[in-house]
Structures are given as structure tokens and as C-alpha cells.
Design a protein around this ligand. Sequence first.
Ligand code: 16G
Ligand code: ZN
Length: 532
Amino acid sequence: SLPLESLRAASDKHPKPAHLHFQYGTAGFRTLGSTLDSVTFKVGVIAALRSKKLDGKTIGVMVTASHNPEPDNGVKLVDPRGEMLEASWEGYATTLANTSSTEEFLDALDQFVKTLRIDLSKPSRVVYGRDTRPSGPALVAALEDGLSAIGAEIRDAGVTTTPILHYLVRASNYKGTKDSYGEDSSEGYYEKLSSAFKKLVAGKSALPPLIVDCANGVGAQAVAEFSKILGDKLKLIPVNDDLSTPGALNNACGADFVKTSQKIPPSLTSVLKPGQRACSLDGDADRLIYYYLDERGQFHLLDGDKIAALVAAFIVELVKNAGLEHEIRVGIVQTAYANGGSTKYLSQRLPVKCVATGVKHLHHAAEHYDIGVYFEANGHGTVLFSSDTLKTLAEHQPSTPAQSTALGHLTNLTQLINQTVGDALSDLLLVEVVLAHKSYSGFEWDSLYVDLPNRLVKVAAPRHLFKTEDAERRLVSPPGLQAKIDELVRRYEAGRSFVRPSGTEDVVRVYAEAMVRAQADELAFRVAGLVY
Ligand code: 16G
Ligand code: ZN
């Protein structure tokens, strides 16, 4: 049965703030760090129970608020294969997080254990990490209180990137099996990716150095590690790698800043030369955005859509060169935010599916392809290889040296790519591999297709009134609003617009694109006017 005494004592130390409602959303629980103590404690208990439910498999917990402001924080659970928490548990987590007293929490917990028939005699194992936020250590202490109240076997991964935490979960659960994911340590992660990278660029001439904006977050740590191991193979120049100045995290830098404001971080003004590639990570290093300035100093964004196009084209070419185009079907998954230019370019070459925002939706849809490439426009994404594909790659007998080379590259890509979740560092190495193979600069990469001008605005409207269908591309409620949007959109050349409630903030988002800049802006503001 549940260790009620230790749970009661621990729960008393972590009372829920009255009047606050918590919701396990697309990115776990996420809000002001100073309000998350009780939630994080309860997540510790839930993580341990999830592990017991899954026969002692290792569960991950990451404390981070990613690209959000430094005072925010968040906590999310990672399932045994390194994936997002199973959807049905999001609701249980929300219910438990909102219990308002220790007695209520213990009752709900007891009910929960009974309903799900959790065998409490099973072991529980949990690995956890946090980003660099100042509120992190106290939240981790609360998490540890929850874990030890149940008696979980714990492992502290310390300050680490979100994708490394996902890697550790997968590596620890598949250790010593035929599905082994690499050595179960952060060193194992760096080693696995670096050695795949070195094999993939062997014989290629080294690219010019790459500027990496680390968002003043934990990504700086990973960039430093890769720089050490990769040496001359890839020269990384870290900027915004200050982990000690309060308030610096994600402030006027990082992937979200660049994508949203469509300009370079001010801190790069004196560093970035025309034509030079640069990229930005976000605060927990699971998003990546590239860009460059042309000779006229004009900014060119190479976002998640451009990364998807670059990577998918390269993989399709390798599959063909390996003589496997009939065995392996490559497909793309996007969201409504994908630029119309990218969707057009990709659909002429590959099957493309559109799903609702949020990594779990993209990830699951990508699993339906033999090789599934998914990226959100915001720079979060990865590539999944199905287990049949891995088998095909291992067993295929190439009939020419060219086939053998392509097959080798594909196999190395399966090692380079972090298939558990989007990973800024793994994606960075992947992009650099493709650029080296194609001898592309940012300019050639950018020329794959032309982005339609677009605008994203937030509207402070009551988001619970907004319901969508068709992968968030159409509103079903409030009634009548979609017809008005359709009516407006018709008046713009290449016009497209949609409205959806945010899953992470208390706002409604409006996206619009059109053939020319002024029209995209106008359409966005007029649709926003309808919403308000
Ligand atoms: C979270 C999601 C991201 C999504 C964003 C949308 C994960 C790990 N992250 O950051 O995929 O694009 O939320 O936010 O799922 P929104 O609903 O506020 O627009
Ligand atoms: Zn992130």
C-alpha cells in the first residue's frame, strides 16, 4: 500500500497555493517558477508511480520553461522510450496537481492507484534534470521530496539540456538490449553523436565556423562539450553563453526571439559578417533556428521549415542512391504554422501531413512513415526511423560502391539524430552534415524555396471559447467566426490565416500569410480584430 506517513509529512511541506489552477499542457506544467513548488513535489510522486506502473522502467522528469522568460519554470515527464508522457496521464497529473490539501491529495492518490491497478510492490526508477533557471534547485528539491516519499531509486542528471534528459531515459531502459540507444551517460550522448558526425563528414572539406547563440542557457554547456570533441571538424563560436548574469536567459536572444522578431539578436550585430551562418538555440536546447545576413545586410531566416526541407531532400536522395526507394517511404509532418512556401515545395516531392501544434502530435504522426521528418516552424523537430527501416538498413546488400556509400551515410544518420525528441545540438550537426555534403552556404539553402511573408499576433481573448478542427486550421467556435475569416482571406493574394487558442499562455494566436509583406500584416491585424 501507499507509504501514507511519509507522503503526508512530505505533502505538508509543499502546500498548494490557494486560488491557482495548474494544467498539464503541451509542455507539461509551465508557469511562474515561484508558484510551482507543490506541483513539482506531486510530479515526483506521479513519476515514481508511472515507473511502478511500467514495471520499474526509468521515467524522466525535466524542470525547464524552455524559451520562456527566466522567472518562469516548468516540469514535464518523459516516458520510457524518451518520448512525451502518454496523453491519458496528463489528465491524472492535472487532477493530482490541483488537490488543495494533503488529505485531498492522499485520497486522490489512493483512488488513482486503485483505478490504474498500480502494483506498489514494483520498483520505481526516475532520472531528472533541470535547466539553468534560478528557481531550478528549489524545485528539484521539491521533486526529490516526492520521489523519496515513495522510495524511488533516483538519479540526478543535474543541469542538462532537455534532449539529453530524453536520451538518458531511453539509454537506461534499453541498455544491453538489441535496441540499445547508446551508453547511459551524457558522455555517451556526446560520444555517440560526435562519432556519427565525424564519419558523415569524413573526406568533406571543413565548413567555415558557425556562430551559435546559446540563449544564455544550458545549450552553452553542450556547445562547449561538442567543441572539445569535434575540434577542427566543426568550429563552433559560442555567443550568449553567459550562465551567471541574472535575467540574461532568453533575453533578446535565442531561437524564439529570432523566429518571432524576424531579426538577429542585438548581441550579434558586431559579430555576424555578411554571408556567415549563425544559429540560435532556445533555453533548454531543443529548438534550433539558422539565419544569415546578405551583402546588403538583409536578414534571412532559415527556420524549422527550411531545416525540414534541407534534411528531407538529403534523406530522399540517400535512400534513392542506396537503391532503397521502393522499400523506404520518407514523409514529412508539419503544423498549420508551416510556411505556405515550404508546404508547396515539400508536397511536390513527398507525402506531407499537417497535425495540431505540440511535439507529441508531430512525433506520433511521423511514426507512421518509414522515415518521418517532423519540424515545427519554431525550430523544434527531428527525424524518426521505424524499426523496419533500421532492419532494412542493416540487412540491405548494396550492389555498387555508390549504393554502399549512401547506405553507410543513412546508417550514420540514425546514430547522429536524437530520435527521442527535437534536439538543437543533434539538429545542428545534421544541418552541418547536409551543408557539407551539398557544399551549400546559407544562400543556396535559403534558395530551396521562397517563404511567404507572414505575421503572428497574440490576442488577449478568453481562449477557452476557441475550438478548432482540421489540425487547428479552422475554428468551430465561436460560431460564425470562421466564415468571417474565410471572407477576409479571400481578398488577399495567396492569403491564409488561422486562429487557435495557445496551449501555453492565456491568449489566442492569429497567424496570417500573403504574397507581400504589407498584406500579410494587414490580414493578421484584421483577423485579430475579428477575434478581439
Ligand atoms: C510548446 C511545445 C511546442 C509548441 C508550443 C506552442 C513541446 C515540447 N513544446 O512549446 O511544440 O510549438 O508549445 O505553444 O511540446 P502555444 O500553444 O502557446 O502556441
Ligand atoms: Zn525548448
